[in-house]
Design a protein around this ligand. Structure first.
Ligand SMILES: *Cc1c(COP(=O)(O)O)cnc(C)c1O
Length: 435
């Protein structure tokens, strides 16, 4: 793993991030610990904003990582925010995130969630299906409101990523398929709805996409569709939202496009497609999650038991696992790690890094070369900012880790570590069971 600023190694041979010694941090704050670099997070927000240009929108996908402090960072960086549940909506609003800059997503928003969104003044609902379209229209009407919406479409594109994070193909639970005619019908219905203001079209083709051609294809399919709709109805989207999906480098072999080349590809393809058809240029919106939060995060663990099976494998167990990072167990996601307290030592042994949960699938890294690990070493697993904390769970009743934000040597806790007391705080024991 090549380290570039704000990563470094200090004179003690310890890994540092933004000038913070991560070994010291692990020993004072405890492990497992999520560490987020404020500098990397903010840089990537800015990179997106600059690359997209002033009239276009960057909507951070909160599902990648959302806490109140993260919502504050997004707000300060001038981003919009995509929420998919009352929980994410509540987090954003409690953090003072301007509701008019919220996009409300989800394929099964409940009646309560729709009402909450309308009452709080969410700027834009991304409507996923016919049921939601009717419900939202009725609820907006009942509140005497006109709600701005986008329609989520399924463009029928293969994103070349894992099937569980691929969402653009026809056989998907998300959105109105273009190919079946459902999308065109939804536009007609949205235009006819008395309390909805159809502003544009949305698609999201998948996640951890490492090539640009699926995005190019998505733009073309969306503009082809918009052109057909314009011929039929006279309506043309003022906004085209292409979702998120740009991949990041988890391991040395991942080679993701830069944010700049991704943004340039989208802008150029959109401009060309519209020009070819003599159509006006809509606003371009993107919804990055992983590519903002992922590289900003690192997880620190303490090495515990080490089991060597001669001529088979050495298992190195850490004090977390699938509970704080379910991605390897869910879809064979790959990660890289180092021993943060022994950065000067060359790799000496191939090991499997495993967690402490009662599942054989609780493997963080199936195979990695490290200096021969010892109990008490601090292991750092890179690129864990996205879809780690947000997917964390309490399997085996493990408390969820704390999260700290580091900024130029300064350390702030942004999520407190769960306690044993927290774990039982929702338990109730009926009186008769105490007898
Ligand atoms: C998950 C998701 C995103 C973010 O995807 P990333 O791959 O994290 O960039 C954006 N928009 C929608 C609708 C999503 O479901």
């Amino acid at each position: 793993m090549k380290l570039v600023a704000p990563w470094s190694v200090n004179a003690l041979g310890h890994l540092t991030l933004e000038g913070v010694d991560l070994v010291d941090l692990a020993r004072t704050a405890g492990t497992p610990l999520y560490v987020i670099s404020e500098g990397i997070f903010r840089d990537r927000c800015r990179c997106y904003r600059v690359a997209l240009g002033p009239n276009n929108r960057v909507v951070y996908a909160g599902k990648a990582l959302l806490t109140m402090a993260i919502a504050r960072l997004c707000s300060m960086e001038g981003l919009f925010l995509d929420v998919v549940s009352s929980g994410e909506l509540y987090t954003a609003v409690k953090a003072g995130f301007p509701p008019e800059r919220l996009y409300f997503h989800g394929n099964n928003k409940s009646i309560q969630e729709i009402e909450m969104g309308l009452e709080l003044g969410v700027g834009c609902f991304v409507v996923d299906n016919q049921y939601e379209l009717e419900l939202l229209d009725a609820k907006a009407g009942a509140l005497g409101k006109r709600q701005r919406i986008l329609l989520r479409l399924t463009p029928g594109i293969e994103a070349h990523t894992h099937q569980y994070i691929s969402t653009g193909q026809i056989d998907s639970k998300f959105g109105f398929p273009i190919a079946t005619g459902a999308a065109a019908e939804a536009v007609q219905r949205a235009l006819a709805a008395s309390h909805l203001d159809l502003a544009g079209l949305h698609c999201h083709i998948g996640s951890q996409i490492l090539r640009l051609d699926p995005f190019r294809e998505a733009v073309r399919v969306m503009i082809d569709f918009a052109a057909d709709v314009q011929r039929q109805t006279g309506w043309f989207p003022e906004e085209i939202d292409l979702g998120g999906g740009l991949g990041i480098r988890y391991t040395e072999t991942d080679d993701p496009p830069s944010i700049e080349s991704y943004a340039e590809t989208l802008r150029q393809t959109l401009a060309e497609s519209c020009q070819e058809k003599g159509l006006p240029l809509p606003r371009l919106t993107v919804e990055p999650g992983r590519s903002i939060a992922g590289p900003a995060g690192v997880t620190l663990y303490t090495v515990g038991s080490i089991k060597t099976i001669p001529e088979v494998r050495t298992y190195v167990a850490v004090d977390g696992g699938m509970t704080d990072n379910p991605r390897p167990a869910l879809y064979q996601a790959r990660y890289e790690a180092v021993l943060a307290n022994r950065m000067g030592e060359p790799p000496a042994l191939e090991v499997a890094v495993v967690g402490k949960c009662c599942e054989s699938g609780d493997i963080i890294i199936p195979s990695i070369k490290l200096p021969r690990p010892r109990p008490g070493d601090i292991m750092a697993v890179f690129a864990t900012g996205a879809y780690n904390y947000s997917m964390a769970m309490n399997y085996n009743r493990l408390p969820r880790p704390a999260m700290v934000l580091v900024r130029e040597g300064e350390i702030s806790t942004i999520v407190a570590r769960e306690t044993l007391e927290d774990l039982i705080s929702h338990d109730r024991v009926p009186e008769r069971l105490w007898m």
